[in-house]
Structure formats: structure tokens, C-alpha cells
Design a protein around this ligand. Sequence first.
Ligand code: C5P
Length: 305
Amino acid sequence: MKVLASAPAKVNLALRVGGPRPDGFHPLDTVFEALDLYDDVEATLAEDLTMSISGLGEDLPVGESNLVIKAARLLQERYPDRGINAERSSSPAGAHLAVTKRIPVAGGMAGGSADAAATLVALNALWQLELPSESLHELACELGSDVPFALFGSIAHGTGRGESLRGVHAGTMHGWVILTNPQGLSTPDVFREFDRLFPDAGDPEETADLRSALEGTDLRVVGKLLKNDLQPAAMSLRPDLGEILESIARAGAGVILSGSGPSIAILTDPSQVQELASDLASEYPDLTVVTAHGPAAGAHVRVMD
Ligand code: C5P
């Protein structure tokens, strides 16, 4: 038996960050958007838990440290007697998890989180666990701050450390051109740099204006409200990003660093995406230009056989 599931990349249209909480995480007020740039996880029934990666990130570790294996182990530990395991007297069923990666690695677009979310929905089906979305959400929170949104998809207002989600209505489709950088950035490093630059940060700013602009159809209004508080920290670690951001500041309807970077996302009308992408590809031959549209669906099963 086999199940193929997919989960989306995200951009943060706004990422407002506060000073660190006692647990070290930063309180966020953020607006996530899921893009139709998907990673796939094909889960095949097996005795052990193993995984492989193709596409981007073929050199990433495939052992217990990978969020895909962590997601699978969490399901095994929490639900040892459920679904197909109700009939088994031996150890819980395993799986081989074949990941096809299209979301840039360490790019600030939550690719690892998408893989974990796709694993949760794939194994929920493969192991016939029949867990409701609330249970998957709880497991996703344990796996990482961005995993719940990869399950949720569409556009959402995120608070807490990003795991507390409420849907936002979108008035129109968005086109995106993403400049991805071959050299990734570590999310903890960027948050640490944020703390160094802004030692007095209090509560995060809020995102109500952006959320109401998203309900309308004028992308220029949305574009002016894009804001990422991690941008100065990412630029401090990587001055090359500052140069690119400055030179394309007027591209499309608005430009923003995606999450903790280094991917840069340009919002534009869907009809302008291809033209803008080819202009940027000739201007930045060392970067990879990816096009996408949003909002897109969250993690879902595509094929079962
Ligand atoms: O939750 P996740 O494991 O994806 O977070 C990775 C790292 O990013 C955390 O260890 C922390 O350093 C940082 N982070 C944070 N505040 C958040 C989300 C992530 O400091 N709200």
C-alpha cells in the first residue's frame, strides 16, 4: 500500500517579532500564505522507518534528526494501537518515506516543516489512524512552529510562536516571484541576531491593517504593508541580501524577505509573474528564480493505492 501526500511552501506577508519568551521562542504576529510550490512525501508500508530525498536537498541527513522521521516516530509513539496496529501484536508498522523536494532548503520557506506536515497526513492515511485535524495540529505544534501552518494552508494569522492559527479571507489570487539563494540561512542564527540588534524588543507589532487589505483586491495596498522584522537581522548576517533588496525595492507590488531568509519574495499580479521572473533571472544569473501562486491548499493526500 502506498500514499502520496503534498504540503506547501509558505511566505510570511508580515512577520512581526517580539522579545524572547522564557522558553526562548519569540512571540510572533504573522500572516502566512501557502504557495503552490509543493514538496511530496510518498509513504510505502514497511517494517522499519526509513526515508530518502530526491530533487533539492539530496545531501540532507535522512536519519532520526530529520523532521520527517521525527513526525513518523511521534505518530508511532502516540498511537501504538490504532489503525493497522490494532491487529498487530509486534512493534508498530513502519514505512519508507520518499520525499521529493521542490521548496528551497534553509530558505525561509518552511520546506522542512512542509515535509513533516506531508508525512503526518500520509501516515495518517497509510496506517489508517483516522486522526482528526485537531490531533494532527497538536502533533504539528510539537514538531515545529511552522508545521501547523503547512497543514492549514491558505492564508492565516499566526500568533504565539506561529502555531496558533486563524484563517484570513483573501480577496484575490497572488502571483509570487521568489529569488532563492544557493547559500541558506539558519533560523536560530537569525533570531539570535535579532536579539543582539534589538535587546529591548517588547510585544510584536500587530498586523490588522495587512489582514484587512488582504480581503480587498488591490495588491499595491497589500504590497505596501509587507513587513518582516527579521529582515535587518538576516541582512546583518548576509549583507548581499541588503544589496539585492535595495535594488529590487520597487519590483512588483511589494518585496519582502521570506521568513528568516535568504529567499526574497516579490508579490505581483498573477498575469505579470512570467515577465517579472524572466527580467529578474537575467538581472541575477547567480540566483534561482521560482514562480508560484497563492493562496494554496495545505497538506493533503493526493493519491492512495
Ligand atoms: O519551531 P522551530 O523548531 O521551527 O524553530 C526553530 C528555531 O527558530 C527555534 O529553535 C528558535 O531558535 C527559533 N524560533 C524562535 N521563535 C519562534 C519560532 C522559531 O525563536 N517563534
